[in-house]
Design a protein around this ligand. Structure first.
Ligand code: ADE
Length: 229
């Protein structure tokens, strides 16, 4: 079994590399990929750099160059849903691009012809996540994650995303990964731990909690890998 574990920022994958310690480093397409064997699973870890385009490129490389058969994403997100607090975990049921807008031609937000607005995550991986959460005594929320090439730090913008897509959390890569995996038939799972509330102090909170929330997410992904081994 070949599994890719991806983050967007170096901080998001550092706890994984620290946990596994022994890996090989391969450079490809302007990025670094870390390959290792864990309990019989071939694991490739990478961070894409921020944004949907970078995320889509890295997901494509993980699948086509490294042969990933499943892709797990680990990272942080801004909370839109007020029941989510810093450090809480959310797994995407569905992902959507909140900044995709050709509404002038009569299409809904997040839609382009021949596409779909919402992409569903793999149900089997979501169930593995649910079992992992209950075995660890953790709460794992499922919800809609909205992705866009913008760091959101405004109450109005956050409320618009919430109202338009019924989103629970926002970040900058998930839907890019989801669209690639969906198109190529690769089961995927997007996990985020909350780093901020996408409000006026989001920039400050993000800097403050990026590392701790990245670790919460990465530890959960490691527990999922153990279950999958
Ligand atoms: N990732 C973490 N917090 C975020 C925010 N407020 N906006 C976009 N992406 C994020």
């Amino acid at each position: 079994m070949k599994i890719a574990v991806m983050g967007a920022m170096v901080e998001e994958i550092t706890p994984l590399l620290e946990r596994f310690k022994e890996y090989e480093r391969v450079e490809f397409g302007g990025n670094r990929f870390y390959t290792l064997k864990y309990k019989g699973i071939d694991v490739t870890i990478a961070y894409s750099k921020i944004g949907k385009v970078n995320a889509a490129l890295t997901a494509s490389i993980l699948i086509n160059r490294f042969g990933a058969q499943k892709l797990l994403f680990s990272g942080v997100a801004g909370a839109v849903d007020e029941t989510l607090h810093i450090g809480d975990l959310i797994a995407a049921d569905y992902l959507v691009q909140h900044d995709l807008d050709i509404t002038v031609f009569g299409h809904p937000y997040g839609f382009v012809p021949e596409g779909k607005i919402f992409i569903k995550s793999d149900e089997q991986l979501l169930q593995i996540a649910d079992k992992t959460a209950s075995s660890l005594g953790l709460t794992l929320k499922r919800g809609i994650i909205a992705t866009g090439d913008q760091f959101i730090n405004s109450h109005e913008k956050k409320e618009w995303i919430k109202k338009t897509f019924n989103a629970n959390a926002i970040e900058m890569e998930g839907a890019g990964v989801a669209f690639v995996c969906d198109a190529l038939g690769i089961p995927f799972f997007i996990l985020r731990a909350i780093s901020d509330a996408a409000d006026a102090k989001a920039g400050f909170d993000f800097d403050e909690f990026l590392q701790s929330s990245s670790k919460i997410s990465a530890d959960f992904i490691i527990a999922m890998l153990e279950r999958m081994a």
